[in-house]
Design a protein around this ligand. Structure first.
Ligand SMILES: Nc1ncnc2c1ncn2[C@@H]1O[C@H](COP(=O)(O)OP(=O)(O)OP(=O)(O)O)[C@@H](O)[C@H]1O
Ligand SMILES: [Mg+2]
Length: 444
């Protein structure tokens, strides 16, 4: 039998991780520590050494998004498994999976945004990488039940983004239950993996909070400069970024920000009691009023109100002295102006509204990305964030959401947060793991 050599030697900081026999594990490590490489090699080793042939062993790697899984893990998987694949097996480039020769074990990459693809399959081991960006429901309703058939293991890792997300929750749970959980926190000042000069350079370019978070694994450093970091993380954590169905029997309202030379951003939403269902998002670059009206009217929705910013009243010479609101009106889009509440006040209105918002993950993907990144301007001289937002690609979507929030506040009065339904998505990790087999979700 020929010996196969995998080109991986664990970094000293990861030896304890590879040696741990525990079924559940979480590693919080500084950026570039090698957590993804370590996990890919754990998957390969477990797949090779699994003696079962029927059904063939199956292992999965999950990142928050499929494209992210492809970017951060696919090359590693092919590289480290190459000596095995040289003896047979196969690579499936579209599915992002490999099948090993011998026992026919597969290792497949998934994106948590489409975790339904994993529903109904068994797993012998699952890695959830960048767990701070994975919805809790992906873990509790799909990943954990998939481990039930063969007492599979779960291995999570990431870099902190405050406590209010899956990684934060897993760390708390692991610390409270060291018998069952392996838990490792790897700070750059302790691992010696990155050069001191490199760390000093990184520190000089970042805010203190950001450095503490990215390199010293601080869960308490505030999410750096992001206006809605906490609220968006909470929305993800609570499963409010999901499939949100359009309900044709109810009107769809829109909220706009008008870009004169760049993007116009429009959110499309419906009200469902105290919930706001944001079902669609559209950004149009360099569009004139005809394009804007056509885009809106071409959607299948029956409209309620169109909320526009106050600059829609501005009259332009090019349009023979007519304002945008007048022109839109002419094309059948009857807008109304949202009172100018000011930027800071508007941001507060968005913060108060976000806990009631449900976003369609697919249709709103670009807008959601902007909301996560909408941030304060960094003052390099004073080394602190200014109160004012940074003007960049996130500004229009964020401003359009401000219109929605101010309009909503004006119309609804004081806001009351709806009660959370208690389904499997809200079950605790312990509740899922400790269920009796008969109560578990079906596993095939
Ligand atoms: N055991 C190892 N031996 C040699 N190089 C390694 C090892 N582990 C990781 N590396 C290298 O270190 C770099 C970072 O690795 P990896 O992507 O796994 O880090 P990470 O902690 O997942 O980073 P990020 O925080 O960006 O996700 C890569 O260039 C990788 O090839
Ligand atoms: Mg990584």
């Amino acid at each position: 039998m020929t010996a196969v050599v995998i080109p991986y030697a664990p970094r000293p900081a990861f030896r304890a991780y590879h040696a741990s026999p525990k079924r559940f594990g979480v590693t919080v490590a500084h950026r570039r520590a090698g957590k993804t490489v370590a996990r890919i090699n754990r998957l390969i080793r477990a797949a090779v050494e699994n003696p079962r042939t029927a059904p063939p062993p199956r292992y999965s790697y999950v990142a928050p998004f499929f494209v992210q899984a492809k970017d951060i893990a696919w090359q590693y998987l092919k590289h480290y498994a190459a000596p095995l694949l040289a003896h047979g097996g196969k690579i499936n480039e579209s599915e992002l999976s490999i099948t090993l020769p011998g026992n026919g074990a597969t290792i497949r990459l998934y994106g948590a945004e489409n975790i339904e693809r994993m529903r109904g399959v068994y797993n012998d081991g699952v890695v959830a990488d960048e767990a701070q960006g994975i919805a809790k429901a992906a873990l509790t309703s799909v990943i954990l039940p998939s481990l039930a058939d063969f007492a599979g293991w779960l291995d999570c890792s990431g870099t902190p983004r405050g406590w209010q997300n899956l990684l934060g929750e897993l760390v708390k749970m692991a610390r409270a239950d060291p018998e069952r959980w392996f838990c490792q926190i790897l700070k750059a000042s302790e691992t010696g993996i990155l050069e001191t000069n490199e760390l000093a350079m990184q520190k000089s370019l970042m805010s203190e909070n950001e450095y503490e978070q990215e390199f010293e694994c601080s869960f308490d450093a505030a999410i750096t400069g992001a206006f809605y970091g906490k609220e968006m993380a909470q929305a993800l954590f609570e499963g409010r970024i999901c499939d949100v169905a359009w309900q044709p029997q109810f009107p769809v309202h829109t909220a706009w920000d008008l870009g004169r030379t760049d993007d116009t951003a429009i959110w499309f939403y419906q009200r469902a009691k105290s919930e706001i269902h944001i079902i669609d998002y559209h950004a149009i670059s360099g569009a004139d009023v005809v394009d804007l009206a056509t885009t809106v009217l071409n959607k299948p929705y029956v409209y309620g109100r169109h909320y526009l910013p106050h600059d829609a009243r501005m009259k332009t010479l090019a349009a023979n002295g007519r304002s945008i609101i007048e022109q839109l009106h002419q094309f059948g889009v009857k807008g109304q102006i949202v009172p100018d509440a000011g930027v800071q006040n508007g941001i507060q209105a968005v913060r108060a509204m976000l806990p009631m918002c449900w976003f369609d993950a697919t249709a709103c993907e670009l807008g959601l990305d902007a909301l996560r990144h909408y941030q304060r301007e960094w003052d390099a001289d004073r080394r602190c964030f200014r109160d004012a937002p940074k003007h960049d690609w996130t500004s229009h979507p964020a401003d359009a959401l401000r219109m929605l929030a101010v309009a909503w506040r004006e119309e609804s009065g004081p806001l009351k947060r709806p009660e959370k339904p208690r389904g499997i998505e809200n079950a605790t990790f312990d509740e899922i793991v400790n269920r009796k087999p008969a109560q578990r979700a079906p596993v095939y």
